[in-house]
Design a binder for this molecule. Structure first.
Ligand code: AMP
Ligand code: GLY
Length: 425
């Protein structure tokens, strides 16, 4: 099979790495990719949002399957346009991608199909939103409804903070049209986990559990990021809890989306809060998590390409997934300053040596080349991914490799996996 992966991050490097190992894989392309992906796939210089150019490339190059990494092209309808051109794609259609594209749609969907989530209200009028905050009190969570590059969620400890957030989103318009509508939610207390299932419209297969660290600094302090590290399995998600999540969250979503005339295919990523009352859904994403994808691909033992192809083709019922017993961990190395302003173009050295640590693969999230030199090109730059027989062993290996990487302009958290390690002790 000839495969085109769309995206340029660590998630897409992990996907290309896993797909390239499949005996079914013929030519492998990635658009636009990065310096690490170039080792396993041919890079195609097309932006992820340039839907017509991606469709044209797939048609001209006998692509059998397009695997879409990020949400933006899904929301733009890349999968619809590929289908119209007769090309199979892994990922939801525009109609199904609304689950991530609109928090307002998602919350109403949860209510209609009785999927556990935080209580909420949705508002287009500033005065009504303020009145709701005054009625409910703090702590409370304010969210811009549209896509706001992961920054549209504001956790407010006081009513004043919530009202300030509403002023910024609805009056000052700091997120533009993403703030045309806001969702205001009950604050949920508990431990977060990421739950992924492959879905083909009818059948859902759970993937191994994973957990990421969203905060920038050690101790889960500092600003929220896309994710500074992750591990799999996540001990908080026991087998019994995974069954409960499939029954109360994933299956009703699959059935609900079909009933809405928006059948879902691809990977469904539920961001969960494991509360004392059970798992509650914080959000759905219509793609793999980044960096959770890196640890899932590291542990995935059966043929990844066969599974993604079956999801795209409605044949998941025939697939059995298997996972390595080992624990996987990824430590993200980011440019100094991330998630705030940071410089691009700084040189990274000794990546080959880091890659030689046993059971370590250095995945690239944001890199480019200048001749033989590897340069940083983005906020999150590397994902040092390790396997180990325990979470502590995986952590030791990952940091051994991190310490070999010579990149004074980058930083990482030193405590990835601390929750799971505390549980294991
Ligand atoms: P979201 O983009 O909706 O997943 O929100 C980003 C992050 O904000 C989540 O990963 C949680 O850490 C936090 N968060 C979102 N909603 C809530 C909530 N209702 N209660 C507590 N924390 C939340
Ligand atoms: N790691 C969180 C995300 O991909 O959204």
């Amino acid at each position: 099979m000839n495969v085109l992966v769309v995206g340029a991050g660590g998630r897409e490097h992990a996907l290309c790495w896993a797909i390239s190992k499949s005996p079914k894989c013929g030519k492998l392309y990635c658009a636009p990719g990065n310096a690490g992906i170039a080792v396993v796939a041919d890079l195609i210089d097309i932006d992820v949002e340039d839907v017509p150019a991606l469709v044209a490339f797939a048609c001209d190059n006998q692509i059998d399957l397009v695997v879409v990494g990020p949400e933006a092209p899904l929301v733009l309808g890349l999968v619809n346009d590929l289908a119209a051109a007769g090309i199979k794609a892994f990922g939801p259609t525009r109609e199904a991608a609304i689950l991530e594209g609109s928090k307002a749609f998602m919350k109403d969907f949860f209510a209609k199909y009785d999927i556990p989530t935080a209580d909420y209200g949705r508002f287009t009028e500033h005065a009504d939103a303020v009145a709701y905050v005054e009625e409910k009190g703090a702590p409370i969570v304010v969210k811009a409804s549209g896509l706001a590059a992961g920054k549209g969620v504001i956790l407010c400890k006081t009513e004043d903070q919530a009202i300030e957030a509403l002023d910024q989103i609805m009056v000052d318009r700091i997120f533009g049209h993403a703030g045309d509508e806001v969702v205001i939610e009950e604050f949920l207390d508990g431990e977060e986990a990421s739950f992924f299932a492959l879905v083909d419209g009818k059948t859902a297969l759970p993937l191994a559990s994973a957990q990421d660290h969203k905060a920038a600094y050690d101790g889960d302090a500092g600003p929220n990021t896309g994710g500074m590290g992750a591990y799999s399995p996540a001990p908080v998600v026991t087998d019994a809890l995974a069954r409960e999540i499939m029954e109360t969250i994933i299956q009703p979503t699959l059935q609900g989306m079909a009933a809405e005339g928006r059948p879902y295919t691809g990977v469904l990523y539920a961001g969960l809060m494991i509360t004392e009352e059970g798992p509650k859904t914080l959000e759905f994403n219509v793609r793999f998590g980044d960096p959770e994808c890196q640890v899932l691909m590291a542990r995935w033992d059966s043929d990844v390409l066969a599974a993604l192809d079956a999801a795209a083709g409605g044949q998941l019922a025939d697939i059995r997934l298997s996972w390595k017993e080992d624990t996987a961990m990824v430590v993200v190395m980011a440019a100094n300053g991330y998630p705030g302003p940071h410089v691009n173009g700084t040189e990274i050295k000794r990546l080959d040596e880091a890659n030689q640590v046993d059971d370590v693969t250095v995945l690239h999230s944001g890199t480019t080349t200048d001749g033989h030199r590897i340069l940083a090109a983005g906020g999150r730059v590397l994902g040092v991914t390790a396997l180990g027989e325990s979470i502590s062993a995986a952590q030791t290996r990952a940091y051994e490799a991190v310490d070999i990487v010579d990149w004074p302009d980058g930083f990482c958290r030193r405590d990835i996996g601390w929750r799971a390690i505390n549980r294991a002790d």
